[in-house]
Design a protein around this ligand. Structure first.
Ligand code: AP5
Length: 214
């Protein structure tokens, strides 16, 4: 099964993407995580991507397209994949369609997660990420059991560079201009659905699960 999960920054794509991919035994391909790993490893792509990410802008399409093609055709994606944070604009969505055709792959669900801007800002500004395993927490909504430490692996938690107030504002602007038009792009696709993400994490998960199970 192949799924596209999209929506604004902080809506919960990563949180739900992990749960859904575990539930349906598919690989979770989070473009932001792939890019942050490249930045950490200081690969050529990572070095080029860093300045865009720190400024809350999209990394150029050419850089991300190759990464996605490699991952959706890798052996660990043979049971399916969940794309989180890709595509992010109409050019990427168009290129993805072409790529899927070339590899004889289909998308089974395109799901848009929606929430109001005030909710997104609250979620992003309170987010904490594990330095070790990358698992996400929230200061108020899903605090770690031990202050500043990951429940899963015990590593230190940190705030993402792009979760600063000024960068959040820029990311929301970029979302409106670049990513929101995907709603129209996918609106006439018969596997398209919307899920209200302004509920508890469990309620959102159950709504997504129901959408996927049909
Ligand atoms: P990326 O990492 O993809 O960032 P994003 O899309 O802005 O999304 P986030 O990861 O910030 O949020 P999320 O929706 O995953 O929310 P989460 O589950 O963490 O991309 C980062 C950068 O990489 C981009 O700015 C760009 O530069 C670059 N990039 C990425 N993809 C690209 C592409 N395709 N092309 C070009 N450039 C690209 O949840 C947020 C918080 O809320 C957490 O603390 C969580 O615990 C909490 N939370 C989640 N759900 C709930 C709930 N239901 N109730 C209460 N709290 C909740």
């Amino acid at each position: 099964m192949n799924i596209i999960l999209f929506g604004p920054p902080g809506v919960g794509k990563g949180t739900q993407g992990i749960r859904l991919s575990e539930k349906f035994f598919i690989v979770h391909l989070a473009m932001g995580d792939l890019l942050r790993a490249a930045v950490k490893e200081k690969t050529e792509l990572g070095v080029q991507a860093k300045s865009y990410m720190d400024a809350g802008k999209l990394v150029p399409d050419l850089l991300v397209m190759g990464m996605i093609e490699e991952r959706i055709t890798a052996s660990d994606a043979s049971n399916g994949f969940l794309l989180d944070g890709f595509p992010r604009n109409v050019a990427q969505a168009t290129a993805l369609n072409q790529m899927l055709t070339e590899h004889a792959l289909n998308i089974d669900h395109v799901i848009f997660m929606e929430a109001e801007e005030s909710c997104l800002i609250e979620r992003l500004s309170g987010r904490l990420i594990c330095k070790g395993c990358g698992f996400g927490f929230h200061r108020h909504y899903s605090p770690p059991k031990n202050d500043g430490l990951c429940d899963r692996c015990g590593s230190e938690l940190y705030q993402r560079e792009d979760d600063r107030e000024d960068v959040i504002e820029q990311r929301l602007q970029v979302y409106l201009k670049e990513t929101q038009p995907l709603l129209e792009f996918y609106s006439d696709v018969d596997v398209f659905s919307k899920v209200n993400a302004m509920k508890s994490m469990d309620d959102v998960f159950h709504a997504l699960e129901k959408t996927v199970q049909g």
